[in-house]
Ligand binder design. Structure first.
Ligand SMILES: Nc1cc(-c2cccs2)n[nH]1
Length: 246
């Protein structure tokens, strides 16, 4: 998997050199390159923004530096089966990023992330880029950040960790939150009696069927309380499987 990130703050993406993703890059499982958008400007001040047509506060990112940065990544030279790269554009006006989308993107060969700042990128860039990219405006959630970099850190981690060989034990990717549309169950470790707080007895029983049932019930109970919106998407059969006791 090849990741390219374009930003006016490339140092913001430095955490992607650390830990899991950093090791994946060293192991050659992931190729990740961060590009400074200002390298695609040609004026003395390396200008990337200008005032908005139609007025309004703030500045808009100029189209030409983006076009040159995106062209530099050689879209359109992909093999037929690889298909066009996906251009992910973090935006509060995008589709909401989910685990399902992370899994979708993890199946791609090449992802490009465009980190907007200011009031956003000139819309014509996204229209123009559609010639050589599958353009996907993507929101991290219904709140506003100052730029796309934080969203890219989250999305790259969510995608890269799904790639074969990136996390040590692939089993740890199973039964995670949102894996099956539910939140994950609570976890415990030693000591079993901690400051007079006990680990649920069933987890000490060694009865794997009961443990599995307890964990499933806890997933459903947590989801019903914390994320009723997810419960609405579950089948009646799933709900009937659990004793929610709500
Ligand atoms: N979910 C989300 C994305 C964003 C931004 C992306 C780029 C600038 S602001 N805010 N909130």
């Amino acid at each position: 998997m090849r990741f390219d990130v374009i930003s006016i703050f490339p140092e913001y993406l430095a955490p992607l050199e650390l830990s899991l993703i950093g090791k994946a890059r060293q192991d050659g499982l992931v190729q990740l390159t961060v590009h400074d958008l200002r390298d695609f400007t040609h004026d003395r001040h390396r200008t990337v923004d200008d005032t908005p047509y139609g007025g309004g506060a703030g500045m808009v990112m100029k189209p030409e530096p983006w076009a040159q940065a995106l062209e530099s990544l050689k879209p359109g030279t992909e093999t037929l089966e690889a298909g066009q790269p996906v251009l992910v554009v973090p935006s509060p006006a995008g589709e909401v990023f989910t685990q399902a989308i992370a899994e979708e993107l993890a199946a791609e060969e090449h992802l490009v992330f465009a980190c907007g700042r200011y009031e956003g990128i000139d819309e014509r860039v996204l229209e123009w880029a559609a010639q050589n990219y599958r353009v996907r405006p993507m929101s991290l959630g219904d709140y506003v950040l100052n730029g796309g970099e934080v969203a890219v850190l989250a999305m790259v981690e969510a995608v890269a960790r799904l790639l074969p060989g990136v996390v040590g034990n692939p089993e740890s990717l199973i039964e995670e939150s949102h894996q099956d549309g539910l939140l994950e169950y609570p976890v415990y470790t030693k000591p079993s009696d901690w400051r007079d707080n006990q680990v649920p007895e069933v987890l000490l029983s060694g009865n794997h069927a009961k443990i599995a049932r307890f964990r499933r019930d806890e997933q459903l109970r947590r989801t019903a309380v914390r994320r009723p919106d997810l419960i609405a998407q579950l089948s009646v059969a799933e709900l009937n499987k659990a004793d929610l006791g709500l």
